[in-house]
Design a protein. Structure first.
Length: 138
């Protein structure tokens, strides 16, 4: 199994996964104090994804922050890391309503291992227009 060496190697497979489901996807979008690696949006829902090679505990913290702004939050990890995460933290993902995506190192296929629950924390609806306004101000 060829490992991923950089987080950016996870971007294309996960972005493609959401685009194939009819989402528009943007990279590095600020949501609160953090930048979500990917934000996907369709007519009904907005999804934030944090990509990590390691340090899944930090990813959980970031995903909880994203839940303030989006309908669903996910963490995406390489396949070789998922077994440890599931063994140690599956209950945390489920309790917090954070979904878990796995990216296969061989095929770059993405699979949903834990489905995210609709965010109980959401208090601000994030929209594409917010990104466009921020770009014009910057």
């Amino acid at each position: 199994m060829d490992p991923f060496y950089l987080e950016c190697e996870l971007v294309h497979p996960v972005k493609t996964f959401f685009e194939q489901q009819g989402y528009q996807v943007r990279e590095e979008v600020q949501l609160g104090f953090y930048y979500a690696d990917l934000v996907a949006s369709n007519n009904d829902y907005t999804v934030a994804v944090e990509l990590k090679l390691r340090n899944y505990k930090k990813a959980i913290t970031q995903a909880k922050n994203y839940q303030l702004f989006v309908d669903f939050a996910y963490v995406a990890l390489p396949l070789q890391r998922v077994y440890t995460v599931l063994r140690k933290q599956q209950h945390v993902f489920e309790k917090e309503g954070i979904g878990l995506l796995v990216v296969n190192e061989q095929t770059c296929a993405v699979k949903k291992v834990i489905s995210a629950k609709e965010s109980p924390r959401k208090f601000i609806s994030w929209q594409w227009t917010q990104v466009d306004v921020l770009k014009q101000q910057g």
